[in-house]
Ligand binder design. Structure first.
Ligand SMILES: [Zn+2]
Length: 97
């Protein structure tokens, strides 16, 4: 790393689960001062789960809290609800890692 902030950032340190392109992150850093990392969606019957965290270019967390997003279309079957619950726990563990 350079000691001065004058060298343009060319790569962002992402968590292993991040599915966002470097090009998008570099734009975010330029305009918003942080990169927002998004996981791939985990999906089931009638639901979808993704999670996010934000960092600076070096991958250090910044003031934005990591978040988990759960989307459902309508009522879930019991099997669907069980799958969502298990996947939500796995997503939480990945996001909290
Ligand atoms: Zn990322």
């Amino acid at each position: 790393m350079t000691t001065l902030g004058t060298t343009p950032v060319t790569a962002v340190a992402c968590p292993a689960w991040c599915s966002v392109t470097q090009g998008t992150h570099l734009r975010e850093l330029r305009w918003e001062g942080r990169a927002l990392h998004w996981s791939d969606a985990r999906t089931g019957e009638g639901w979808e789960i993704r999670h996010t965290s934000a960092s600076d270019a070096d991958g250090h967390p910044i003031e934005i809290e990591p978040k988990v997003y759960v989307t459902t279309n309508s009522g879930l079957t019991l099997a669907g609800a069980e799958a969502l619950a298990l996947t939500l726990l796995a997503t939480y563990e990945e996001a909290a890692d």
